[in-house]
Design a protein around this ligand. Sequence first.
Ligand code: ADP
Ligand code: MG
Length: 383
Amino acid sequence: MKTVAVFFGGKSAEHDVSIITGHTPIIQSLQATGDYEIYPVYIARDGSWYSSPEMNDLVYFKTDLEAKLSKEKKVRIDINDGLTLIWPGLREKKVSIDLAFPAMHGTYGEDGSLMGILRMAGIPFVGCDLAASAVAMDKAFTKQVMEAEGVPVVPYVWFTRYQWETKRDHYLREFENLNYPLFVKPVHLGSSIAISKVRDTGELKNAIEVALHYDDKVLVEEGVENLIEVTLPIMGNEKLTFGAIERPMNDTDFFDFSDKYLGGGKGEGVNTEYSEIPAKISDELSKKVLEYGERTYRTLGCSGIARVDFLIDSKTEEVYVNEVNTLPGSLYHHNWKKIGVSGVELCTRLVELAEERFAKQKDTTFAFDSDILNKAGGQKLHE
Ligand SMILES: Nc1ncnc2c1ncn2[C@@H]1O[C@H](COP(=O)(O)OP(=O)(O)O)[C@@H](O)[C@H]1O
Ligand SMILES: [Mg+2]
C-alpha cells in the first residue's frame, strides 16, 4: 500500500479551516479507496509537527487540543532519500512517505513553503507547485502577472509598510487616480481578514493602518459596482477540467469570514448553502470566465487544482480576475460533485496528477557537466 501524508493546520489565520479540508474530503476519501496507508501530519499554530493515527479523525481536533498535544511526541522529518516521518524515542518508528497531500491554507503552507520542503525531499505532492503557490498567495503579484498577460484586473496601487511610512504623499496622490469605493487588503491574507471597503480618504487611511497591522504589504483597489462574484474550480496539469461556475450568495456588504465558513453550517469548510451552482449568468459572461480562468491557471503555472475568483460588474458586463486560491477550501468538492465527480474520484484524480507531474519533472535534466570546479581556486581571496 502506498503511504500518503496529509498535511493540515499550520501557522496561518486559516488553521482551523485547513483541519476541515484535511479531513473532509481528503482523509475520508483516501480512506474510502482502501488503497492508502494514511499519515495525518498536523502542524500546530506554533509550527510544531505531530502525527498520530487518532488525528485521522476530525473529532480529535474538536476538544482539549492543547491537552492532547502535550501528551504527543512531535514527529520529525528527514528529507534524505525521500520524505521520512520519524517518531523518536526508545522504540523509534520511521515511515517512508510515497506521496504528500497538502491541505494547508494561507501562510506557511499554501504559500509554497511546504511545497519547497516536498520538492527538496523529492516526492510527488498534490496540488500546485512552489512558484504558482507563492505568486497566488500575494494578491498584488497575481494582479501584476495577469495584467501583463492582458487579463482584466481592477485598477490598483500596492505598497509596503516602509513605502507607506516614507512616501505617504506619493501614494495619496496615486489614490486620486482610483474611483471610490476602494478596497484595502493585506496582500497575503485570505478569508476577508483585515479587508475594508472605504468611501473617502479618511476611511482609507484608517483602513491602511488596519491592513498594515496584519501584513507588511497592502493593496488598494477600485471597488466593482453592481457586483456579481463567481468562482471557477479548475483541475489538471496540461489537460484541464473545469468545475461549475459558482456564485456564492451572501447578504452582507462583502464576504467575511463567518459568511464563508460558518454560515452554511454543514461542516464542509465552505458556505455551500448560499451558492448558486451553476451561476445564472449569461453565456457571454460564462465564456469570459472560462477563458480568463484558463489563462490565469496556465499563466501562474498552476497544476493539480486551483480556484480562480472573479468580480463582475453586471451592468457593464466587465469581468475581472480577483484572486487565485491554489488550495480551495475542502477542494471545493461540493462543486465537483455537481459535475459528477465524487470526493473519492476527486482525490484519486489529484493523486494521479501529482504522480504525472512528478514523473515529468524527473524527465527534465538537472545535471550539467563542466570542469568549472577544476579551474576554480588557485589564488586565495585574501592573500
Ligand atoms: N475590488 C472589489 N470590488 C468589490 N468587492 C470586492 C473587491 N475586492 C474584494 N471584494 C469583496 O471582498 C471579498 C474578499 O476579498 P478577496 O480579494 O476575495 O480576499 P479574500 O477572499 O482572500 O479574503 C470578496 O469576496 C468581495 O466580496
Ligand atoms: Mg476571495
